[in-house]
Design a binder for this molecule. Structure first.
Ligand SMILES: Cc1cc2nc3c(=O)[nH]c(=O)nc-3n(C[C@H](O)[C@H](O)[C@H](O)COP(=O)(O)O)c2cc1C
Length: 193
């Protein structure tokens, strides 16, 4: 069944040529060839201020790019987030994007009865994370804390399921390593997983 897929390019650098860009393209090509509808949101192209207060988090987003992102997420069945690991975590601009896109109860909100309302229920997600270190070191030595936080504190808490991940490193290992991963990501796109 054709799915509506939203890919978030979570690299802060707007310059093309990052491995993240090749991964976005591979996922998109695989998905479109299989008949899925793909939209790409590039956070580097957005003019994002920082969220400064809990009060502003409760209001509708003032930023037009964020409102556009909320609409795109609302339309999607499946969210793919591609980012480089920076200082063991997602880049600050991507964190800022998540803080702002979750404003106005869009991702989660406490209802009047004191129960959390899950704003992204019924949608699935895949996180694609590139890194300089071997992915196994991040997963088993560093315990993938930042990835698990995004999965559990944000995406699953907002009702998304399943939430899957692809950890890719060391990215400087060579062309064959990258080609292998581009093929795997293209196949995931085709399967809309
Ligand atoms: C500011 C910065 C911090 C980084 N921190 C880490 C890190 O903590 N762990 C790691 O394995 N790689 C780290 N790296 C390497 C990047 O993860 C790697 O360059 C990136 O995944 C390559 O993807 P790209 O070509 O799309 O930028 C860092 C790179 C930069 C620029």
């Amino acid at each position: 069944m054709a799915r509506k897929i939203l890919i978030v390019r979570g690299h802060p650098d707007p310059a093309p040529g990052h491995f993240c860009d090749a991964l976005v393209t591979a996922y998109r090509e695989g998905a479109e060839a299989a008949g899925h509808a793909v939209t790409v949101l590039d956070i580097a192209a957005m003019d994002l201020p920082y969220l400064r207060s809990a009060d502003s988090w409760k209001l509708p987003a003032a930023n037009a790019d964020i409102r556009h992102a909320q609409e795109a997420i609302a339309r999607a069945d499946h969210l793919v987030i591609v980012y480089p690991l920076w200082l063991g975590d997602m880049p600050a601009l991507l964190k800022s994007f998540f803080e702002q896109v979750s404003a106005n109860g869009f991702v989660m909100a406490l209802g009047p009865e004191g129960r959390w309302r899950q704003g992204l229920k019924g949608k699935s997600a895949r996180l694609i994370v590139t890194m300089g270190m071997p992915a196994l070191v991040y997963r088993f030595y560093f315990l993938a804390h930042s990835l698990r936080s995004l999965e559990r504190n944000v995406l699953r808490f907002a009702g998304m399921a399943p939430v899957r991940s692809s950890l890719i490193g060391p990215v400087e290992k060579g062309a064959a390593f990258r080609q292998d991963w581009l093929g795997r990501i293209r196949a995931l796109g085709a399967a809309a997983e």
